[in-house]
Design a binder for this molecule. Sequence first.
Ligand SMILES: [Mg+2]
Length: 126
Amino acid sequence: MSEYSFLVVEDSPTMRQLVSFSLKRIRGAKIVEATDGVDALKKLSEQPFHLIVADINMPLMDGLKLLSIVRKEPSYSHIPVIIVTTEGADADREKGLQLGANAYIPKPIQTSALLKAVRELLKIEE
Ligand SMILES: [Mg+2]
């Protein structure tokens, strides 16, 4: 059975739990959580990941800064990134896509939309 490792980057414990819980519905999902961009870079240096789900608004290092670093770092640049955007924050969403995000999920997060984006990006059959 194939395994998928996901990095969930979100400062809100409730939202982090929601995203992780949703991703667990993917067969073979292994989830690592990070609380901000700095923590995410630390986790990225420790093991390979198949996909990153990152919130934009976070302390210390936000999701857009994290995304720009990931896209510039050759060992991470291939990893698909889904950004989580606040409803109505069109500028953040545009910036994220410009920086190389593969998809965005607006808050409030719909589990079905998140899983659809993940399955498309990783070409996972249901
Ligand atoms: Mg946040």
